[in-house]
Design a protein around this ligand. Structure first.
Ligand code: NAP
Length: 480
């Protein structure tokens, strides 16, 4: 049985109240470990460690910080296989994905921000005619809170931690209680890399106790949160009266808009991936597929045929395309949308059922599912399902595509398939989303701003945006 411990002040420790939560393996439904059900007291200890570490850490040279972050990145790369196995077991994702995406990206996060901090410059403004010079100091905030979800566990955890540390802050962090394992393993790597104790503190536990204690703590001055929109709204409500700085990366219901003039084969291949990668549990997945009417029937036939070939299987099997969903409750939520779609007149084109994988009968498997709908207003097109279910629907012309794409409360990302540059630009300008992909999906450059509009969040992560979030600007004016 695995035992996950809190990482506070550079030490692995039990929770103060000795309460523990079960950790399930999605692939077989077994309990394979226990994690701390941390309370306010654990968060308070983590905060004190961070507060104590802050004066020295915030004065560390940029070069020293950079070297340390790059060292963590190298150690992650050296331990890639161990981390990939842990991530796959904890989350249910195919090990091939953890190996090729999750862990390499976590390592890139540290390397990227290790380099970025050495290039992060402040501004100066000469007040001509007034004999004055202004310059801006970008100072770390102090102790910050980082809370991340279960879908890309280490990838998103480190996407927050790396810039926060690079900018000179100390951290109290909480990964999702459902996927704590790689964050736990990260503690050892940080110690080995020589990260001073107290700079990063990781407390495990449920959102409503541990997470709540972090967002309520008066000494934690900023919260970087990735997760659901409802949780994000709750965090905003709790943190606003304390004037905490907030970055909220929330849910999505992203349109994938396919025009007849696209490169058809590339579109089809990528659309399979953008629909079902990580069992459809990526906030950026294109779950609403709108297809220009003239190619709709062709697309429908080809897409269904391709999706039927995807293999649902144990995450560690090399030929698995679709692993297990993250938890039993999530599986039930996803499965529930099949009836909802049916009641609203949706037609099931493929999938729609739980899958029993031989030898792992209690695992949380679900078929990749395509539902044909005739209205964008139905619940399956308006609510975030966050699983292997997509809808398809035809449209006539740019105007209608745009109208349907924007008629949703979310605004995270959108994908457009077209070779018409004018159309691509016009759509990009008008789509209500923080990220637009044209003729591609999830092609990431870590320098770019990342985040959503509307109910998909406030604030931007990535590149210098993240370093701006984790610092405060102070203007200094000198009269000469
Ligand atoms: P979630 O339920 O909102 O949880 C996210 C994190 O918040 C978890 O660590 C959770 O802890 C914690 N939490 C829950 N209640 C809290 C509270 N009262 N105070 C503080 N923390 C609390 O989301 P999820 O189900 O893990 O993740 C799926 C969602 O994340 C989807 O909506 C997806 O779109 C979104 N997401 C967005 C992005 C983006 O970049 N925009 C990226 C990935 C995922 P527990 O796990 O212990 O409950």
């Amino acid at each position: 049985m695995n035992k996950v411990l809190n990482y506070i002040n550079g030490q692995f420790v039990d929770p103060v109240n000795d309460n523990w939560l079960d950790n399930y393996s999605p692939a077989d439904g077994d309990i394979y470990g226990h994690i701390p059900d941390s309370s306010k007291e654990d968060v308070a200890q983590a905060y004190l460690a961070a507060k104590e570490a802050f004066p020295a850490w915030s004065q560390t040279t940029l070069e020293a910080r950079s070297r340390l972050l790059i060292k963590i990145s190298e150690l992650l790369e050296a331990n890639l296989e161990r981390f990939a196995e842990a991530e796959s077991k904890d989350n249910g994702k195919p090990i091939s994905l953890a190996r090729s995406v999750d862990i390499p990206r976590a390592a890139s996060n540290f390397r990227f921000f290790g380099n970025a901090i050495t290039q992060f410059a402040s501004e100066s403004h000469e007040s001509v005619g007034q004999h004055a010079m202004n310059f801006t100091l970008r100072q770390p905030i102090g102790v910050v809170g980082c809370i991340s979800p279960w879908n890309l566990p280490l990838y998103l955890f480190t996407w927050k931690i790396a810039p926060a540390i690079a900018a000179g802050n100390c951290i109290v962090a909480k990964p999702s209680e459902v996927t704590p394992m790689t964050a736990f393993l990260l503690g050892d790597i940080c110690t080995e890399a020589g990260l001073p104790k107290g700079v990063l503190n990781i407390v495990h536990g449920s959102g409503h106790t541990t997470g709540q204690a972090i967002i309520e703590h008066p000494g934690i001055k900023a919260i970087s949160f990735t997760g659901g929109t409802t949780t994000g709204a709750h965090i905003a409500k709790t943190a606003a009266p304390m004037f905490k700085k907030l970055s909220l990366e929330l849910g999505g219901k992203n349109p994938n808009i396919i025009f007849s003039d696209c490169d058809y084969d590339a579109m089809l291949e990528t659309t399979v991936r953008s629909s079902f990668a990580n069992q459809g549990q990526i906030c950026l997945c294109g779950s609403r597929i709108f297809v220009e009417a003239s190619i709709y029937d062709r697309f429908k036939t080809d897409f269904v045929e391709k999706v039927k070939q995807l293999k649902v299987g144990h995450p560690s099997a090399p030929d698995t395309d679709i692993g297990a969903l993250v938890s039993k409750s999530h599986l039930e939520k996803v499965a529930g949308y099949i009836d909802i779609a049916g009641n609203e007149g949706g037609t099931l084109l493929c999938g729609g059922h739980k899958v029993t994988v031989d030898g792992y009968e209690n695992g949380y498997y679900f078929e990749p599912t395509i539902i044909e709908i005739d209205s964008n207003d139905c619940r399956v097109n308006q609510e975030e399902i966050f699983g292997p279910i997509v809808t398809i629907m035809p449209f006539e012309g740019e105007k209608e595509a745009l109208k349907m794409a924007n008629a949703v409360k979310y605004g995270l990302s959108a994908t457009i398939w077209t070779n018409n540059l004018k159309r691509a630009m016009s759509m990009s300008n008008q789509l209500q989303a923080g990220i637009i992909w044209i003729n591609t999906w999830m092609l990431r450059d870590l320098r770019t701003p990342f985040g959503g509009v509307k109910a998909s969040g406030v604030g931007r992560e990535g590149g210098f945006e993240a370093l701006r979030f984790f610092t405060q600007a102070k203007n200094v004016c000198i009269k000469y």
